[in-house]
Design a protein around this ligand. Sequence first.
Ligand code: MN
Length: 712
Amino acid sequence: MLRQYELVDIVKSYDPNADEDALNRAYVFAMKKHGAQLRTSGDPYYSHPVEVAGILTRFKLDSTSIIAGLLHDTVEDTNTSVEEIRKLFGEQVAQIVDGLTKLAMIEQKSANNKQAENFRKLLLAMSEDIRVLLIKLADRLHNMRTLHYCAADKRARIAKETLDIYAPLAERIGMQEVKTELEEIAFRELHKEAYESIQARLNFLREQGSDVVPKIISRLQKDMKENGIKAEVSGREKSPYSIWRKMQQKNASFEQLSDIIAFRIIVDDVASCYQSLGIVHSKYHMVPRRFKDYISTPKPNGYKSIHTGVIGPNNTRIEIQIRTHEMHEVNEKGVAAHWAYKQGEKVVGKNFRWIRELLEILEQASNPEEFLENTKLEMYNDQVFCFTPKGDLIGLPVNSTPVDFAYAVHSSVGDTCVGAKINGEIRPLRTVLQNGDQVEILTSKAQHPSPEWDRFVVTGKAKAAIRRYVRAHKRDQFITLGEQLLERTFKGENLEFSEKGIVNVLPNFEAESIDDIYAKVGEGLISAWDVLKAVYPAYKQSKIGKVVKSFIGKSVRKDKSKGEPLKIKGLIPGMAVHFAGCCHPLPGDRIVGIVTTGKGVAVHTIDCKLLEKFADEPERWLDISWGDAAEDGVHTGRIKLMLSNEPGALADLSNLIARNNGNISNLNIVNRTISYFELLLDVEVKDLKHLTEIIAALKASKVVSYVSRSMQ
Ligand code: MN
């Protein structure tokens, strides 16, 4: 384990301005906080953060990174708070440690690695400061180096996770060295036999060709020198894991030295790269299809090099990689190399396509501190990643809500969602999801997509499903309404209402089915009277009929007003709400909300008889009240009345209500005798006061013998 002064000396060797005092304090702080905690290896726990800090010095990272590395497990594993770290070590260190703690929590949530790709993206999205990611990788590297101390089942899981997630992440940010070491350890763990047989074969080939490699190196060196190129030539053995992967991809065994050794020619500038390539190709035979120019077309992670295969000296097939020193540094160390370069005030090329924005900041920043401080990972900032309760990851566009999440899981889940638990707490369906949220969707078979959702969902899948449903469902509603209106109109005239009669007049209305007619009537495109007159062309319209017709016209309008916002306080935002059909609450009534399983919140008046049914379920009661803007909406009050059965009575009634600014939205004849109609009227009013005024006016009318508000 690195001693305190050793660590400080290393940091100072590449960064003379490093905050020595803070480094010393962080070392001691980590040691004290982890106290007597032990690693599985039996080492004191604090040896782990110290080693992680040591790995970070390999990349010549700034003292903020080294300090955060020393403290990276203190919040998660000891009684330390982020506040405490902020007070002692400043804002930046605190933020990085906080980021690392959150990552550790996310890791625990992910029960499986089925969606490794999404998980990698999540880690990238959550590592707002690139140093979080660098420390995370160093942390993982040290844990892998000490993997053999863990229990066997745990080892396999960690190794697989490393191969699936962390090695590709290291590659993604160009840290080849870290990637290779992570892969090698994981490979040894997961495929012990393959690893050992490859090692044995490597040893054999190495002994056989022990003199060949130095010979080839010196020949290549001579070739370069003769042509005036200043070059470093080396031979590098490929790693067992990369050999194994190649064997698997090509379904082949490895036989020759060329399969295990890559020769490298490292030169000063790009021009020398192509000159070297020309020399190699003119001296040795090219092996077809082995030439790749990653200088003109770098790999997505910024990797640059020329690869070629030739029949080299000694008639041995060899692979040669040609690159500049700077390319080499970046290929091996990735983003960390950029930082080190900047610190040494060397010029940095735009080697990383994917972190171009990052480099622009780098070039604008006057010092390395500022570079790291301003470096936010811009990747995937248009996406959020959330967990299902089973630990699966779902990737969504930013601003997604639980409804989007539900539809992403399955359209049947979306169609039936009634609520959501986010990180264990019930939250509104319109809540905007954050990275790493665990989302549990509550469903009910009785639920249907709500047009309300359309206002806050962002995914195309959710939008399409909701609109499809609403369209289909609206037609259903129109059909039901149209049939009722027709039946009422026909019966009101004492005419027979039969499907057969209506089928006969389908062509009159360009309708293909009886449902088409109902839907058209329900939607108000044609009136029930048009249909009646088509079926009974000789029928003369009665006076009552005219009035009923006017009601029918209005009833369509009511349907359209349904989508207006409800002005009620105390509701759960995003939850569907409707007024109970039993008591027809109005602004001015004291009201209470009942959470129903299927349809969201039902609003009842406080004295509604139906409430007794919920007396034993207090958890379903919501304390709600009318909002300030309640009167802006249209509300329906229900009136029960007895009307004289005499010519013009219905017209008088209708006029009276209209004069009081009420609008009859529905009329139901409950009972009809020789002298009376018993009616239930639904009247659109502003509020309770308005309804009371109308009732008072009706009481004064000579055609009305009895009137009261109906609460059933
Ligand atoms: Mn750790």
